[in-house]
Design a binder for this molecule. Structure first.
Ligand SMILES: [Zn+2]
Ligand SMILES: [Zn+2]
Length: 144
């Protein structure tokens, strides 16, 4: 399992592989250590709670690179202009490309509380993004 998240102190983006075996993460910039909490009762590859902040609410989303998404929109825009504003052709093409990429795209899991992203582990059955939960974490109604 690997992690991507922001250092809570200096906001540097950190990435680390194989965090199953790590006790802590160290920020390369400000040297802050972040303790990882593991839950031994669960399968180590199953992520039930966030190892960084211990939040129990996580959601899955497609690991879809934003750059590709923007690229598709740009290409669609160019096609629209070149093809005499027959925008529906571009729309259909975009939808098809989106669909194909989406099918091939793996999932990642994200924490509502600290925004950490987790990849490469057994994904347990989990819901997608829930705006209500997101707002409750943001407004500190839910905490860890
Ligand atoms: Zn830092
Ligand atoms: Zn978290």
């Amino acid at each position: 399992m690997n992690i991507k998240f922001q250092c809570p102190k200096c906001q540097t983006e950190l990435r680390q592989d194989s965090i199953e075996n790590a006790e802590q993460l160290v920020c390369p910039r400000c040297k802050k250590t972040i303790q990882l909490k593991h839950f031994p009762e669960a399968d180590p590859k199953e992520l039930r709670q966030c190892p960084v902040c211990e939040a129990a609410h996580l959601y899955i989303q497609k690991d879809f690179p934003k750059k590709i998404g923007i690229g598709i929109v740009t290409i669609a825009g160019i096609i629209t202009i070149l093809w005499d504003h027959r925008y529906y052709i571009a729309l259909i093409l975009t939808a098809i490309i989106d669909f194909l990429i989406y099918q091939k795209c793996p999932n990642l899991t994200k924490c509502y509380h600290c925004q950490s992203e987790y990849r490469n582990y057994i994904h347990i059955d989990r819901d997608g993004f829930d705006l209500n939960l997101h707002e409750r974490y943001k407004n500190k109604e839910l905490n860890v």
